[in-house]
Design a binder for this molecule. Structure first.
Ligand code: NAD
Length: 575
């Protein structure tokens, strides 16, 4: 396979050496200047910062990534605080909502962002995969990971149909940036099974199928076919389910998690990242774990996923039985407190946590529920912006010396409260983590406080990398738990002294490496890892504590496997 100047993965633009320009017949096709990547990065930042809206910046960055992938990722790694919110939340939400209007401007002709699989394509799936392979710059480089959505529940924005493509595309960029996955080995997939969103159906520019989504068997059979075809084509590929509506998300996970190497980030990734923050919050609060009472506002896929994950913590770390641990949880959905005798048919995923000790009482109002439950932790996964108002926060601060408040809904407009509000109304005593990035808060003594961000990015890149490197036959709950525990323990001395619940985002690659190594170690311990290189470091069934030579070797191996955005000399082998 020879070098393709049009491939974003090999392009260097003005950094192409004179020898390469001559050997590739590029002399004259580029301006004469020979530049460093650093100079190109400064130019790209100049262009980026000249744009006024987030959407314009998103479009520019997508175009850059699809033109010169190394340059794009160099920028992301150099300035993650500036770039991450532009390539993922919150900007990606606007991009998905406007996808049909911006699509042609995201990539130069000839490059493509991912694979669109419509329900009408099911009979010709093999052909679709062939087309995809043929369009790759080098068909011998196959994907290690696919992120798949059907666009039915994008962030907190609902059914965006084919506009959901922005999510797997964005998420895989985070995998590359945060865990050093090779961008050539990532495959974003949007299943277009239709849309139930009238706004899409009425939009003359909408780019997806104009019909309602299938339900039940028809939906599952179509997904089964897609996954089987992908597995046949790429048997080692990890599948990450993303932003499926909750009624499908749980079922899909249970149906496929033991069949294919797969996980669901909304359920398991969110669960693990919040668990890690919660573990550190419990350490800060200082009361016995068993005295905690958790109220979940929002009982969708994220709410129930997080609750289950935190429950494991009480069982695994504090020796509680499942029943004892379950009793520490109260869930609240749009109809109020989730109880067994509420009178409506509870969605299957909520049944597990439905309370049976409410003595016939049905609570609908959040403040009343707080007075009833007396939670030590209030966790928002409801997409109801501002619902943790001053009264709610003050109530929590009255009940607890250090209330744990996690308003996790995305984007910022849907967050249950802001960091500033939480600090003000709890007299600065809150232990806070949000789903979206909030600005730092400066108190009246000019002291700066950093908000925790329960960003899934602390987990899924490391979890994905660990799974890709160790190739377990499946991803178990205990592997997910190991990723969360590793994240919780990854705080530095300085981060602990600053009362942070999560590491500083600048250390994301370091943290992802630790999480990935913990995933490999757990997969080995459970006799599930199959990769010979990992098994040569840690023999199957063995374990190794942090700090031991085997752990250090594993960590070094993980770090060395991370892709770096640099220009390599062009050879005829495009590797
Ligand atoms: P979902 O639609 O499955 O669930 C939403 C839940 O909120 C449902 O149980 C619903 O009944 C409840 N709800 C809606 N209106 C309510 C009201 N007025 N009062 C009480 N409850 C109400 O969505 P999901 O996948 O569970 O995601 C929920 C939110 O969590 C989204 O905003 C999403 O962006 C966010 N999220 C954050 C993270 C993170 O921070 N790491 C990860 C995943 C999801």
């Amino acid at each position: 396979m020879s070098y393709n100047i049009r491939s974003p993965f090999y392009a260097k633009g003005t950094a192409t050496s004179l020898t390469e320009r001559d050997s590739r017949q590029l002399r004259g096709l580029l301006p004469p200047a020979l530049e460093t990547m650093g100079k190109q990065v400064s130019r790209a930042f100049e262009q980026l910062r000249g744009k006024t809206t987030g959407l314009e910046k998103y479009i520019f960055l997508a175009w850059l990534r699809n033109t010169n992938s190394n340059l794009f990722y160099r920028m992301v790694l150099d300035s993650p605080e500036e770039l991450m919110p532009l390539i993922y939340t919150p900007t990606v939400g606007t991009a998905c909502a406007n996808y049909s209007h911006i699509y042609p401007f995201l990539a130069p002709n000839g490059s493509f962002d991912g694979l669109f699989i419509s329900i009408d394509d099911i009979p010709v799936l093999d052909q679709l995969i062939e087309n995809y392979k043929n369009a790759l710059p080098d068909p011998s480089i196959t994907p290690d990971i696919a992120v798949i959505t059907d666009g039915s529940r994008i962030l907190g924005l609902g059914d965006l149909g084919v506009g959901g493509m922005g999510i797997p595309v964005g998420k895989l960029q985070l995998y590359v940036a945060a865990a050093g996955l090779d961008p050539r080995r990532t495959l974003p997939i949007c299943l277009d099974f239709g849309t139930n969103n009238q706004k899409n159906l009425d939009d003359p520019l909408y780019l997806g199928l104009r019909r309602k989504r299938p339900e039940g068997d028809e939906f599952h059979k179509a997904v089964d076919s897609v996954l089987a075809t992908l597995n046949k084509a790429f048997p080692k590929m990890l599948i990450q389910f993303e932003d499926f509506s909750s009624e499908h998300a749980f079922e899909l996970l249970e149906r496929h998690r033991n069949r294919y190497l797969s996980f669901n980030d909304d359920i398991q990734g969110t669960g693990a990242v919040i668990l890690a923050g919660f573990i550190n919050a419990v350490r800060e609060v200082g009361i016995p774990a068993k005295q905690h009472r958790l109220l979940f506002f929002g009982a969708g896929s994220a709410g129930v996923g997080v609750a289950k994950q935190i429950m494991d913590y009480f069982v695994l770390e504090h020796g509680m039985t499942e029943e004892e641990a379950k009793k520490l949880f109260w869930l609240n959905d749009s109809k109020g407190l989730v109880t067994q005798d509420r009178g409506d048919k509870l969605a299957q995923h909520k049944v597990y946590f439905a309370r049976d000790d409410n003595e016939g009482r049905q609570l609908k109002d959040l403040k009343e529920t707080i007075e009833y439950v007396k939670p030590t932790a209030l966790i928002g996964l409801s997409s109801q912006g501002g619902v943790f108002d001053a009264e709610v926060l003050k109530l929590l601060a009255d009940i607890n010396e250090r209330p744990i408040v996690f308003p996790l809904s995305n984007p910022a407009t849907q967050a249950e409260c802001s960091f500033e509000q939480a600090m003000i109304h709890t007299n600065g005593n809150v232990l806070f983590a949000s789903g979206t990035a909030f600005p730092r808060y400066v108190d009246e003594n000019k002291k700066e406080h950093v908000p925790g961000q329960g960003n899934n990015m602390y987990i899924f890149p490391g979890l994905g990398l660990g799974a890709i490197l160790s190739r377990p036959s499946r991803i178990t709950d205990t592997i997910i738990y190991a990723s969360a525990a590793a994240l919780a323990d990854s705080l530095t001395e300085d981060e602990r002294k600053s009362h942070l619940l999560y590491p500083r985002i600048e250390r994301i690659r370091e943290v992802s490496a630790v999480v990935a190594a913990a995933v490999c170690r757990q997969a080995v311990k459970e006799n599930l890892a199959t990769d010979p290189r990992i098994l040569s470091i840690l023999p199957s069934g063995s374990s190794s504590k942090v700090g031991t030579p085997a752990w250090e070797e594993l960590l070094k191996y993980v770090e060395k496997s991370m892709w770096e955005p640099t220009y390599k000399p062009i050879t005829d082998k495009s590797e």
